[in-house]
Design a protein around this ligand. Structure first.
Ligand SMILES: [Zn+2]
Length: 868
């Protein structure tokens, strides 16, 4: 035995693959497979050993053909578990130049949702970040791009087979077993290869820019594919026009997979999705579900260029793939469906990145990555949403045209190859003539983000902004160690003076700055220091500016909804950070309760919901709920539960109604509203159960109505919901009933709701979200937490992949009290999860802060309630 190559071993660049020709025979009865592959490689020098990645594969034969040599070079193989490699050892050296490696192996399906795994009656692959090696011995790092020609053998009759390429040739033997060869792909990294076999059927193909587009689902769900077809065919030409390059992979298949770890995976030409991110029933899908599906489809399509055609060199630039696709998806969907106002949803998602990134356990967007396991750890809101927000901020600063020119230059220059983030900044800098490398790296490589304090004074007769920046921490006791971080902040400031509304761009890089509002005439009516909320920073206005802003919100349309949302988010963050009193925050909420924009309302109600759930003392909950009911009751009554005339309403009206009723039913628990919600939910269930075309309940109200019904569920209703959680075809509806089970409050069914987590009722993909709902529910919380501890081995096995384990750890963050924190700390110390180190420290830090916050806010809320 040789010593291990170690966990951080990277394949040397001395053997480069150019083409794979692989054959795989998948045994769907026994969850196993056998394969052979020929890999054309180029050796930089003569070599007696070649390393490839492989995990859990039993390689039974290995050899190399060298041009001009009649006999193959036979190789002995050595497996190294730690580096996940198999090394071919040749008795005589292979010469420099071309060679073809031949390997034969067998393996079994992987237990987690990765490698080749079983999802119901489908066998499907999930390879990112580094699980291609669980199916093929290969050069499993993104820099090793090669063409792939895949053939499936022994495919039983009636079984659908899909891969990156279209079917090039199909033959069958006497028994009907088929041999299916797919067209050779353009050069691709191994993590983008995909195979799916099983019971899948497709919509009629539609063509967009000459690309045939199909959406695949299990047969019963074929009727739910139309929206995905519409979205893909609408956004594909828009992406082509943005990049200035045609779609690179010939055909596009979108597959809805019944059990799937992530949201979706951008495999070239063969994109796999969690069903709820692809399939929907337009008659019952809330607007939020439609938007989410369109956004995910567009995100994966954007990767076909950014990621698949031009690929990162190493996992340390994985963030760029994800940041770019995140930003691009919103941009393209906003163009396709402007009435959706999808940037408001981006603002919500950005909010979670701002929270995560304000912790001491935060990490830079771009991190040093030693190995694939670490790459897997970096898929969090900082990677996706902060990364996307930084790109948006740079675009906002450069302007759309110059930014797009830079992207096009980067794509043209690196198509078919690999590139780093600095290549992108270089191209953007070249196209714009601006210092983008410096600007971008300051945001990408530093942890956290700034709090910008803003005050207004007069200097030399001109209104002058006084700005100050420091790193923002949620924890009031946290401080920077070492030299304070300074960001180069591209700010867009908007204000109103005697002449009207004006904007000024400011590039702010020092600790403090005095910025003259050069174009101002007369007196300043208000200042918005993050116009359009495009910047990834928080603002803290001094008293007079905050009052002016409040005045402007109340009396004019000068402050845009997205800015009002950001203001609420920032003010709440300041309360958390100990820089504001919750009473003043609640006064702000009260002043804004008449808000007409549904997204801003959601922001306000979301904070109240959090306070009600976590920070109000048990004895004062009823009083708090009453206040919430009073704040929104009359607006809700004006809108009612449906359009008065039955006429169609604007999306914003429907969403406003949903936000207001959520406040009344879910947060305030207003008895009348709860009873109405429950009765409408039951009527809806009966009407859809009987096959009625449409229910009288607006789809946007379904979540809150079903929740109300679940809270009051007895045994019979629990059984009914459990049955629907298995039989509903529409994935969003299925998930709604599944989560409803975790929201029960009546004692007789609490135990059943908790126990259900460990049964087949909750599939692996929904396991951690189900636990998270149980842990957020006061009625089920303690029992669920006990189950996790008592049956840890089973719980761990049901979240058997790094991503699921991370979500499992994160779900514990729903436990609100200090004693929970102490229990979780002790438990995770005794049961550490090395693959979720980052999630563990993030979750514990968040719990520590939340426990302290709870202790601080309870008396403040009490005092506020006393005079509310
Ligand atoms: Zn992505």
């Amino acid at each position: 035995m040789s010593p291990s190559l170690g966990k951080n071993f990277r394949l040397p660049r001395t053997v480069l693959p150019g083409a794979y020709r692989a054959e795989l025979s998948v045994d769907l009865e026994h969850d196993s497979f056998e394969g052979t592959v020929a890999i054309d490689v180029t050796l930089a020098g003569s070599a007696t050993q070649v390393h490839l990645h492989a995990v859990g594969l039993s390689v039974t034969a290995a050899s190399a053909d060298v041009p001009g040599t009649a006999q193959p070079h036979l190789a002995r193989t050595e497996v190294d578990v730690e580096s996940e490699t198999v090394t071919l050892l040749f008795a005589s050296p292979l010469p420099a130049g071309a060679a073809t490696l031949h390997l034969t192996w067998s393996g079994r399906f992987s237990p987690g949702l990765r490698g080749l795994y079983r999802a119901g009656r489908i066998a499907v692959t999930q390879f990112e970040a580094a699980d291609a090696r669980r199916v093929f011995p290969c050069f499993d790092e993104p820099a090793f791009k090669a063409t792939w020609e895949l053939t499936l053998r022994d495919v039983p009759p009636g079984v659908t087979a899909l891969s990156n390429g279209a079917i090039a040739e199909e033959t069958a033997d006497a028994a009907g077993k088929r041999r299916i060869r797919f067209t050779r792909t353009p050069v691709l990294s191994s993590y983008l290869i995909a195979l799916a076999l099983g019971d899948l059927v497709s919509s009629e193909p539609r063509t967009a820019s000459n690309v045939p587009v199909r959406t695949w689902a299990v047969p019963a769900k074929l009727g739910l594919t139309a929206f995905a077809q519409e979205a893909a065919t609408a956004v594909l030409p828009r992406l082509e026009s943005y990049f200035g390059l045609p779609y690179p992979f010939g055909k596009l298949d979108q597959l809805g997979i019944p059990d799937f770890e992530a949201g979706a995976m951008e495999n070239a030409g063969c994109i796999t999705f969690r069903e709820v991110a692809l399939l929907l029933d337009p008659a019952t899908a809330p607007l939020a579900v439609q938007k989410r599906v369109a956004e995910v489809i567009t995100h994966e399509l954007a990767h076909q260029w950014f990621g698949n055609l031009v690929t990162m060199v190493w996992w340390d630039d994985l963030w760029l793939n994800e940041a770019f696709a995140t930003w691009m998806a919103f941009k393209i969907v906003a163009d396709w469906r402007p009435e959706w106002r999808i940037w408001m949803d981006f603002e919500v998602a950005k909010g979670s990145a701002l929270v995560l990134d304000a912790m001491q356990s935060a990490h830079p967007i771009r991190a040093e990555i030693q190995n694939a396991e670490e790459a897997g750890e970096s898929f969090d809101a900082i990677t996706y949403e902060k990364g996307g927000a930084v790109l948006r901020m740079i675009e906002g600063y450069l302007g759309e045209e110059r930014f797009r020119e830079g992207i096009r230059l980067y794509m043209r220059r690196h198509r078919g190859g690999n590139a780093t983030a600095d290549d992108l900044w270089g191209a953007l800098g070249e196209a714009s003539g601006e210092p983008i490398v410096e600007l971008a790296n300051g945001w990408i490589r530093r942890t956290g983000y700034p709090l910008v304090s803003v005050a207004l004074a007069t200097a030399a007769g001109k209104p002058t902004l006084s700005l100050q920046q420091r790193r923002f921490f949620s924890d009031p006791t946290a401080q920077e160690t070492g030299a304070p971080t300074r960001w180069l902040i591209p700010m867009v400031v908007r204000y109103r003076d005697d002449e009207g509304v004006k904007e000024q761009r400011v590039l702010f890089g020092e600790e403090t700055a005095q910025v003259t509002l050069a174009g101002a005439r007369g007196s300043i009516k208000f200042v918005e220091a993050n116009a359009g909320a495009v910047g990834f920073y928080r603002c803290r206005y001094d008293g007079p500016l905050l009052a002016q802003l409040g005045q402007a919100i109340a009396t004019s349309g000068d402050v845009a909804p997205i800015e009002r949302m950001a203001l609420v988010s920032d003010q709440w963050a300041l309360v958390r950070a100990g820089a504001g009193n919750v009473g003043a925050f609640l006064d702000l909420v009260k002043a804004m309760a008449g808000e007409s924009d549904p997204f801003v309302l959601d922001e306000l109600i979301g904070r109240l919901s959090l306070l009600e759930a976590r920070h109000v003392a048990d004895g004062e909950r009823a009083a708090f709920q009453k206040v919430v009911g009073k704040l929104f009751g009359s607006s809700a009554a004006l809108l009612g539960w449906q359009s008065p005339s039955g006429a169609a309403e604007a999306d914003d009206t429907r969403l406003r109604r949903a936000a207001l009723l959520r406040a009344l039913v879910i947060v305030a628990r207003d008895p009348g509203a709860v009873a109405e919600a429950e009765s409408r939910a039951l009527k809806h269930i009966v009407s859809t159960g009987a096959g009625a075309a449409a229910s009288s309940l607006d789809p946007n109200l379904l979540d809150l109505a079903i929740t109300a019904a679940a809270r009051n569920a007895d045994g019979g209703r629990f059984d009914d919901f459990a049955r629907r959680a298995t039989t509903e075809l529409d994935p969003a509806s299925k998930r709604r009933f599944l989560h409803a089970l975790a929201r029960v409050e009546a004692a007789p069914v609490v135990g059943r709701a908790v126990e259900a987590a460990m049964t087949d009722l909750v599939p692996m993909q929904d396991f951690t979200s189900y636990l998270s709902v149980l842990l957020s529910n006061r009625a089920t919380r303690e029992e669920a937490w006990r189950l996790i501890r008592d049956r840890w081995a089973e719980v761990h096995a049901k979240a058997d992949s790094p991503m699921l384990l991370r979500r499992l750890i994160e779900s514990l963050g729903a436990l609100p009290e200090r004693r929970h924190l102490e229990e979780v700390e002790a438990f995770l110390a005794a049961h550490p999860i090395p693959a979720a180190r980052q999630a563990t420290s993030q979750t514990l830090e968040r719990m520590r802060m939340d426990a302290a916050l709870r202790e601080r806010l309870m008396p403040e809320i009490s005092a506020w309630l006393a005079h509310a």
